[in-house]
Design a protein around this ligand. Sequence first.
Ligand SMILES: [Zn+2]
Length: 344
Amino acid sequence: MTGGMRALTLVADRKLELLELAAPPPPEAGDVQIRVKAVALNHIDVWGWRGMAFAKRKLPLVIGAEAAAEIAAIGAGVTAFKPGDPVVMYGALTCGTCKACRDGRDNLCENVGGIMGFHIDGFARDLLNMPARLVIPVPPAIAARDAACAPIAFSTVQHMLFDNAKLEPGETVLVHAGGSGIGTVAIMMARAIGCTVITTVGDDGKVAKAKALGADHVIDYRRERFEGVVRKITAKKGVDVVFEHVGAETFNASLLCLKRGGRLVTCGATSGPSTTLNLMQLFQQQYRMIGSFGATLRHIRTSLDKMAASLTPVIDTEFDLAQFAGGLSRLEGRQVFGKIVVHF
Ligand SMILES: [Zn+2]
């Protein structure tokens, strides 16, 4: 490339253009230059593409929130990487110096500069410069398309199930939307530690796929009320943990699925953000409800280690960069089983 590079850019709501931009300058001290290989899609991309009135951002905006890459060049003082190393990147510009950052709770950074691909320019471009401290090496033998699913899909689930919900071997977990990107990861991660997994899916075609992935029970929520089936499966006891991200359509029934003292962890509201809550039920049943957003650098490292050991992401479809909008439509339509990855 001679001075120019491709950048997939949101120029207006639902309007993406593959633009030619100037390539970044050589990386400054402490930075690395990243050559992007694959971008994985998430619901945050759909929100950004549709346009969200409350998102503080300026268009045009380079999209792409989760990606795999290789090191193209290193700035002065960077010793952890060399050109050609496979890497993934943390997807928010944290400060690295506040108490949360120093404690390794990166997703609680007090001075975060924004989520890449949503508030500020993201990864759907050939080259970008980033602080080396936000770049994580990828173990050998993990393909770029798989590594691209570590920074958000895998690490969000790692954070939700294990840090937040404290899921233990032998417990029972209800995973909503088992065919979604994070749903497939949650099924695999819970099964890998010996949990019983109940999952919901929205069409017949996904039942066999969710079973093949390791789910013990698969409920087609369009045919049956999932809360009734869960009570039957658990002999009226309820589950230890509910993995929520569907939101308004499922939230209250999800609470009905919990055993006393059970934990509900949520990271999304794809069906709508508002619901009413029975507070008597909340305290009498001693539920714990935990909001979870993003993850930390440590969770991304753990995710890559789990991929290297045994957990391979379920890939729904792979697209070329120019077909990115097709991938977003597919994700918006909930037709997916697993992750959509876009190759450079
Ligand atoms: Zn910070």
